[in-house]
Structure formats: structure tokens, C-alpha cells
Design a binder for this molecule. Structure first.
Ligand code: 5AD
Length: 417
């Protein structure tokens, strides 16, 4: 977001550029003409835009000290404090440290841990792995919820078709305006989310993507199942990411909770999108009646889909509070970190509704990404996927997030691949 650091292009190899950030080198994908010596912002492993040298130097002066100061805090806070656990837990964590693959049984075992000292060790180990693999970079994407119309009737969802709620659609112009505002706050990646709303046809979606791409941001689409052909066109128009959860790997549960939708179709779409070179964010819901084994299968299916980012969160029932314990989510974050060290793991806003401290705890259990809602207030309150969503000013939320990240030594930026 705001504080993304420009890197200097030091090498170009076909469609990859090597960016230098104070001596650290990162590869980013290129889809525009650039030259060695240019300064550029990258996001999610994609070069977004080249900026003037003078502007880059101004930003870099601010960052130089902060960059190393934050890294130091992160290094200190991500050390494992005290080793206090049963032999079995220690054996499994040793496998993690030696980069040996965990078995399904290992994963089940960790998922069942309840002892607070063992949980602490598991989270600290996951945070340590996160630090070693990703350093202190933390993506902060903005999310624009542009329509709460949905043709589906998924039992768990607050905007499902059969619910009698006030509906809204933002016009193309409004969406672009909201995106502009988010960019002015410094967001470098935006997620455009809606229910499955076919009022936004191919033409409208392409127009939205083309206009927002001109603002120099990474665009993620979160619009549900659409024809492959449309996603291809949207890629050409400039979208680079898709957020599409498979929701559950249990087919029966999927078909029960998501009437008239198809598991295989959703999974093959995610695979097709990956093949189209989209950056994939995917994952599942926790607490919709799945078994523990199913949770492990959900984590494994996420890994199999080779996403750039894991996105999973607790089910929050409408009109009630969630039965999901936040520790279960932290264990899933840690397990995901253990089996897929290189991926990004999102602390979802649904997790944040469980407890005001959950966001920080999630980041300390292996997660390294956040999303902030930038939808205008009048629409945000109608986009009730679940109750208890935070309602705060975007500017305030940005400030609070930056403060939180700084306090744990994380840099709100995304340095290439
Ligand atoms: N609680 C938590 N998450 C929900 N989602 C939908 N309804 C709920 C709910 N009640 C999630 C789904 C969807 C994402 C956009 O929101 O996983 O993919």
C-alpha cells in the first residue's frame, strides 16, 4: 500500500526484471517496456509502473532507515521463545525445520493440539518460518465491494439470493472513483469483489478493469464463476489476480451448502485461471459443518491449486456469533505456513470479527497479508456477508494498520516474487 518501496531495475531477462531494494534483489514479471536504471513499483510479483527518478529518491530517503529498523524488530519478534511441548509435537516441528514433508497424520495431530504452551510453540515456529521465507513484507490489499446482488443461494452467505436485503450496484464510474481514492491513499493492489452478478457483463467488466489499470494498481477480481473466455479477456484488459475460494473440499458439503453450483466446475476454473497466468488467491470456510480431517484436506487442496495466497476464515452466521475458536484459525494458518512456506497467507476480515486482537495474532502465527475494506460506507453496510463487520473510516483503518504492522516490524509492502 502507501508505503510500497520503489525498486531499481538492475537487470532484464526476457519477461522478468530484477529489482534492487537496498541491496535485496527480487524478480518481477514484466508486461511493459522498461530499461535498466528505471525505478518501479512492483506488487504481487508483477511490475506495476515506472516512476520518475526524483520521486523514487524522495520515497527511498524515507524508507532507507525504516527499512532496516523494521527488519530488526521483525527478526527479534520472530524468534522461538521457549520450547515446551510433547515429544510428538517436537518431532513434527523438527520436520518443519528440516523442510521434511508433513504427513496428513502430522497435520491432524497439530490441528488437535490444545495445550497453550504447545500452541505458543506452534505459532512461534510458523512465524519464524514466515520470517525466514518472506522477511518482513506484508501485502495490504484494498477491497471494493461493488455489488451485493448474487444469483447464488449459498446457505452460509449473508448476500445469498433468497435473503430479503437491500441490494445495490455501483456504476462503472463510481467503482473507478472509489479505486482512484484508494490509490490516492497509496494502495497498490485492489480486489474488486461482488456477488455473482451478471448485470456486469463482459463489456462493463472490461471497461472497469481497463480504467482501473490506468491508475497503476494490481487488479484482483473476486466475481465468482464466469466463463473462461471472459476471464481471458479480463486478463488482456489488465487484471492480474483472481480471488476465488473453493469453500470446501468436501463435495457433499459443497453441494448441500451451495445449491445449483458445481464443485468440479469451480475447481477446474481455478486451475484454468492459474494456467492463464492469473495470480491465484483461494481457500475455504471454517466451521460450516466440516470434519477435522476435512480441514486438513482443505489445506492440502489449497496447496495443490498452487495459489500465491491462502484465504480462509471462520464462518460467521447471520444473526449469531461464530462458534469457531480463533485458535483453530491460527492453527490452520500455522499448518498452511508449514506445508507451503513460500505462499502468502491472509488474515481475513472474518477472523478479525472474532476478536479485536485476532489480526495481530494471525500475523504472529504465520500470516503475512491483510485486506482493508475501501468500499464507501453507504454500500459497505449493505454488503453483509456476515454480521459484525467493522465500520471505520478508510483513512483511520489505514493508519491503524500501518501502526500495527510497524509495531511488529512488518513493512506494508510487497517486494516482488
Ligand atoms: N461468514 C464468513 N465468511 C463468509 N463468506 C460468505 N459468507 C460468509 C459468512 N457468513 C465468504 C465466502 C466467500 C467470501 C467472499 O466470503 O468464503 O468466498
Amino acid at each position: 500500500m502507501c508505503y510500497a518501496i520503489p525498486g531499481k531495475i538492475i537487470e532484464i531477462k526476457k519477461n522478468v526484471a530484477v529489482l534492487d531494494y537496498f541491496g535485496e534483489k527480487r524478480n518481477v514479471l514484466l508486461d511493459q517496456d522498461v530499461k535498466v536504471g528505471d525505478y518501479a513499483y512492483a506488487q504481487g510479483g508483477v511490475l506495476i509502473n515506472v516512476i520518475e527518478k526524483a520521486e523514487a529518491e524522495r520515497v527511498l530517503i524515507f524508507w532507507k532507515e525504516k527499512f532496516f529498523e523494521l527488519k530488526e524488530i521483525d527478526e527479534k519478534t520472530s524468534k522461538v521463545q521457549e520450547i515446551n511441548a510433547s515429544t510428538k509435537v517436537l518431532e513434527i516441528l523438527e520436520k518443519v525445520n528440516l523442510s521434511k514433508e508433513l504427513t496428513k497424520e502430522d497435520m491432524m495431530f497439530l490441528l488437535k493440539v490444545e495445550d497453550s504452551r504447545e500452541l505458543k510453540l506452534i505459532y512461534e515456529t510458523a512465524n519464524n518460518v514466515r520470517q525466514k521465507e518472506h522477511d518482513n513484507a506484508c501485502c495490504v490489499h484494498g477491497i471494493i465491494e461493488f455489488s451485493n446482488y448474487c444469483k447464488n443461494d449459498c446457505s452460509y452467505c449473508g448476500i445469498r439470493k433468497s435473503r430479503n436485503i437491500q441490494r445495490y450496484r455501483m456504476s462503472v464510474k463510481e467503482i473507478v472513483e472509489v479505486a482512484k481514492k484508494a490509490v490516492s491513499l497509496g494502495f497498490k493492489a485492489l480486489v474488486l469483489q461482488s456477488g455473482e452478478d451478471y448485470w456486469y457483463d463482459e463489456e462493463k467488466l472490461i471497461e472497469i478493469v481497463k480504467k482501473i489499470r490506468k491508475l497503476n494498481v494490481l487488479i484482483f477480481l473476486s466475481i465468482g464463476v464466469r466463463e473462461k473466455r471472459i476471464y481471458e479477456k479480463l486478463y488482456q484488459a489488465g487484471a492480474r489476480g483472481v480471488l476465488l475460494r473453493f469453500e470446501t473440499s468436501d463435495r457433499e458439503l459443497f453441494e448441500r451448502e451451495r445449491p445449483k453450483t458445481n464443485f468440479n466446475k469451480r475447481i477446474s476454473l481455478i486451475r484454468d485461471l492459474k494456467e492463464m497466468k492469473y495470480i491465484i488467491a483461494t481457500g475455504f470456510l471454517v466451521g460450516i459443518g466440516e470434519s477435522e480431517e476435512n480441514i486438513v484436506n482443505n489445506i492440502l487442496l489449497t496447496k495443490e491449486l498452487e495459489p500465491d495466497m491462502y484465504s480462509f476464515g471462520p464462518f460467521i452466521p447471520s444473526g449469531g456469533s461464530s462458534k469457531v475458536e480463533k485458535d483453530l484459525i491460527f492453527k490452520i494458518i500455522a499448518l498452511s505456513r508449514f506445508i507451503d512456506k513460500k505462499s502468502k497467507i491472509l488474515v481475513t476480515s472474518a477472523l478479525e470479527t472474532l476478536d479485536s486482537n485476532a489480526r495481530k495474532e494471525g500475523l504472529m502465527a504465520g500470516a503475512n497479508s491483510l485486506m482493508l475494506n475501501v468500499t464507501p460506507k453507504k454500500y459497505k453496510e449493505l454488503y453483509n456477508l456476515y454480521p459484525g463487520r467493522k465500520d471505520e473510516e478508510v483513512i483511520k483503518a489505514v493508519d491503524e494498520t500501518v501502526d500495527l504492522l510497524y509495531s511488529i516490524g512488518r513493512a506494508p509492502t510487497d517486494l516482488g516474487i
